[in-house]
Design a protein around this ligand. Structure first.
Ligand code: MN
Ligand code: MN
Length: 418
């Protein structure tokens, strides 16, 4: 280990720093907007030092400018909080495709695994079940979903863009793209390690059961099963189903419907917050009663406006960016602060209780869905905390004037103006 006196000398020499220009040196101190010692950020570097002679992937760098040039307020080495379905290979079969981002690709996302799936018209995701609960949001087209619960209660419904479904862990279900152009959606499993390639498929079970057992189980001759598929289908091309009413009639007569519907019209729900800057729509077990392990917020932010600084005390936030451009900074103890840019199709993750905001940095509406592994949505807004703490406490802590603190919003706005 280097003796402490010589280490001090080296630090002093570095701070005097021949490499820093006069302008950069003026910034090189712990000041507002440039808090770190040693300072971090472009404002503290010469043009030559900041340059990136390369090589580099210019297209990818342009997607996330905050990685190439973080704000001077960023600090520390936070785990990667960005991913995207665009970096996940598709598994393509007749009838559709799927791709996924799980902890294998995105280690921080321990609570949620994401799957992006397309089913063309008539395309079927075969009858199956899994050990995790499955929550999903439709992003395009139309889909027919079926499920049965442990009491034989049956469910079938058609969903469209903006709708959700939720299948409790272990309950069997199927999905099918319907007219005019099938569907696309994003599934969230309530376990980050879950995989769409690791589901219990009805075709596999039939093929891997002795024929005499199948015959005994269903009370029909073995020969009735002579043509079952010997390999699983996973996704395959089917025929478009008939009218929904006919399917309802076919499945309900015995045990009746499930007690709580497995689908919910999130984008048509009354916003919990709405103003000229955007809106927030919520679905958790209080209004989407079936969804006992997953809550979601559909967030719309107008250009320049911002989802206010807040955190979630009870769950990590898994984000899917549906429309527009966004910039988020995530804050943790350390201090650590990481700024990230997002485009449609990207995924973000905010560990439980880490502070964050999401700013619309584009010129159209920003739409994202935030998904939480919890039965009830919860957030704490920074402005709400500051406004409902004795003013003297806030003033002394942050060196703020009484006049400034008195201006803080008394009610959380959810989304604040540009
Ligand atoms: Mn499933
Ligand atoms: Mn949030």
């Amino acid at each position: 280990m280097m003796p402490s006196f010589s280490r001090r000398k080296i630090l002093a020499a570095g701070a005097a720093g021949g490499a820093l220009t006069a302008t950069a040196a003026a910034h090189a101190a712990g000041v507002f907007g440039n808090p770190d010692l040693p300072p971090q950020g472009q404002m503290n570097a010469t043009a030559g030092a900041f340059a990136d002679p390369g090589p580099q992937n210019a297209v990818m760098e342009a997607q996330i400018p905050a990685f190439a040039n973080p704000p001077a307020t960023d600090v520390g080495g936070m785990a990667q909080l960005w991913s995207s379905f665009s970096i996940a290979p598709k598994r393509v079969q007749a009838g559709g495709w799927a791709r996924q981002v799980t902890t294998a690709d995105f280690p921080i996302s321990t609570t949620i695994a994401g799957v992006n799936m397309r089913l063309g018209p008539g395309g079927i995701r075969e009858l199956h079940w899994h050990q995790q609960a499955e929550w999903a949001i439709m992003t395009y087209g139309h889909c027919r979903v079926t499920a049965v619960d442990q009491n034989g209660h049956a469910f079938v419904d058609d969903v469209a863009a903006g709708d959700l479904w939720y299948f409790p862990a272990g309950l069997p279900h199927s999905l099918q793209g319907i007219g005019p152009d099938g569907c696309e959606f994003v599934i969230c499993f309530d376990n980050g390690a879950a995989s769409e390639d690791n589901t219990l498929l009805v075709t596999d079970w039939f093929a891997h059961t002795p024929p005499e057992v199948l015959a005994k189980n269903f009370g029909v001759p073995q020969s009735a099963f002579a043509n079952i598929p010997l390999q699983d289908r996973w996704i395959f091309q089917g025929k478009e189903p008939g009218p929904l009413a006919a399917d309802v009639q076919a499945i309900l007569p015995d045990a009746g419907p499930v007690p709580n519907p497995f689908t919910f019209h999130l984008s048509a729900s009354t916003p919990v917050k709405q103003n000229s800057n955007g809106m927030i729509q919520l679905a958790d077990s209080t209004n989407f009663k079936a969804a006992i392990t997953v809550a979601a917020a559909l967030v719309t932010v107008k250009p320049g406006a911002m989802r206010e600084m807040h955190w979630h005390p009870n769950a990590a936030e898994w984000q899917y960016y549906i429309k527009g451009k966004a910039r988020m900074t995530v804050f943790n103890t350390g201090p650590q602060a990481a700024t990230i840019d997002f485009n449609p199709g990207d995924i973000g993750y905010v560990p439980k209780s880490f502070g964050h905001y999401v700013e619309n940095t584009g010129n159209e509406d920003l739409v994202l869905v935030a998904v939480f592994r919890t039965d009830k949505y919860a957030e704490v807004a920074l402005a709400d905390w500051m406004a409902h703490t004795p003013p003297a406490m806030v003033e002394q802590t942050l060196n703020l004037s009484a006049e400034t603190v008195a201006k803080f919003a008394r009610r959380p706005q959810g989304i604040v103006p540009a």
